[in-house]
Design a protein around this ligand. Structure first.
Ligand code: GLU
Length: 445
């Protein structure tokens, strides 16, 4: 790394100690945009990099609530309002015991560039809590969401900051959060949250959007090598919203998705995942992937295993950060995988990315490949602002256009920077430039 950039990075390490995920995300972006940063003296003079890695605002708060036994519980809430250059802060809320300041900051940082790539006029933010919804009753989840919103409501608004879902936050949680927000501010402000149910301001195709968009992006990547998804065997990790709808769309495209996973282990279903059964187990019963394996004739559940050792053509990691390491990628390559597109945020470790790129795999980072979710959130905001409700087909068509636009932007930017076919550099540099140019125009703030 260039010595000037190294100094900025060292400074960031000092200012953000014990934040490994955030440091990792910053390093990846700096390395990707290095040629650009060295060439653009206007960026250097305006300290664009130094400013972009410093969140505009970081909110941390206590969330106290009572469980069903009336026992008082305490969690920590976060909202990082990272960058509002392109529009209101936008990004999901994650409820998971692994949530720390570092995790929320890495997610918020990634969100800046992802949201810029969508071209939808949205800034970057992220929030959440170390609350674990697993094993909680609906009433407990509701009381937690209400307590969380007591504080969050002071910081958000349709033109300020618009949260949505992420891991552990789906339509149920958004419902409780929205109900409480409405009660607190005493008005119906539909555009304050996205991922709402369709009957009260939600958008058709928002549930499907991240997974569907991921597969549209994957299809475009394969298209650059005159290939398609039809007939391909596809590894999917995770079993949440992104994984489910990625599997559904792979199957619509004639591919065969053969795996799912959760924190207890991996499932291999050689006959192809039965997506309706998976939806019933995950979305209705809130069960585990082992239950899926029990109900399918040839499926095997492997406790504590990952899915990456299964022979396949394509890999779509849709679980969580750093779930794929260098050895996993070596295993994938040995088993025939030719493409990795990230459905989760930062699922590949830096070592894993290095191996994938050295082997000339088609590899796309999450901030490009999984941008369909937040892009469709922006479409939900547009419908809310204009009091409209568009058809499923209309939203899906716009989603496809946005994904194909991101795909071609990544490729053309990579080409201009002399690294043709490098989606990592293309996505980071294109997203960075959109934000950086607008920051220059808005002055030193
Ligand atoms: N959590 C999703 C993401 O990582 C969606 C955010 C949103 O819709 O605001 O992009």
């Amino acid at each position: 790394m260039d010595s000037r950039l190294e100094r900025i990075y060292e400074e960031a390490l000092k200012r953000n100690p014990t934040q490994p995920e955030f440091q990792q995300a910053v390093r990846e972006v700096i390395e990707s945009v290095e040629p650009l940063l060295l060439e653009r003296t206007d960026y250097q003079e305006a300290a664009i990099l130094e400013r972009i890695i410093e969140p505009e605002r970081q909110i941390m708060f206590r969330v106290a609530w009572q469980d069903d036994q009336n026992k008082v519980r305490v969690n920590r809430g976060y909202r990082i309002q990272f960058n509002s250059t392109l529009g209101p802060y936008k990004g999901g809320l994650r409820f998971h015991p692994s949530v720390t300041l570092s995790v929320i900051k890495f997610l918020g940082f990634e969100q800046i560039f992802k949201n810029a790539l969508t071209g939808q006029g949205i800034g970057g933010g992220k929030g959440g809590s170390d609350f674990d919804p697993h094993g909680k009753t609906d009433n407990e989840v509701m009381r937690f969401c209400q307590a969380f919103m007591m504080e969050l409501s002071k910081h958000i608004g349709a033109d300020i900051d618009v949260p949505a879902g992420d891991i552990g936050v789906g339509a149920r949680e958004i419902g409780y959060l929205f109900g409480q927000y409405k009660r607190l501010v005493h008005r119906n402000e539909a555009g304050v949250l996205t991922g709402k149910r369709v009957g009260w301001g939600g958008s058709l195709c928002r549930t499907e959007a991240t997974g569907y968009g991921l597969v549209t992006f994957t299809k475009a990547m394969l298209g650059t090598r005159d290939d398609s998804i039809a007939g391909k065997r596809v590894l999917v990790s995770g079993a949440g919203n992104v994984a489910i709808y990625a599997i559904e769309k792979v199957q619509k495209e004639g591919g065969i998705a053969v795996s799912i996973s959760d924190s207890s282990g991996a499932v291999y279903d050689p006959d192809g995942i039965d997506v309706e059964l998976l939806k019933d187990i995950k979305e209705v019963r809130r069960g585990r992937v082992s239950e899926y394996a029990e109900l399918r004739p040839n499926a095997q559940f492997r406790p504590d295993a990952k899915v990456w050792g299964i022979p396949a053509d394509l890999a779509l990691p849709c679980a969580t950060q750093n779930e794929v390491d260098a050895n996993d990628v070596r295993e994938m390559i040995a088993n025939g995988v030719k493409l990795i597109a990230e459905g989760a945020n930062m699922p590949l470790t830096p070592g894993a990315i290095e191996i994938a790129q050295a082997a000339n795999l088609l590899y796309a980072p999450g901030k490009a490949a999984n941008a369909g979710g937040v892009a469709t959130s922006a479409l939900e905001m547009q419908q809310n602002a204009s009091l409209q409700a568009w058809s499923f087909e209309a939203v899906e068509q716009k989603l496809d256009e946005i994904m194909l636009d991101i795909h071609s932007t990544c490729l053309s930017t990579a080409q201009e920077l002399g690294v043709p076919g490098n989606y990592l550099v293309g996505a980071n540099a294109a997203g960075f430039m959109k934000v950086a140019d607008a920051m220059l125009e808005q002055g030193i703030i």
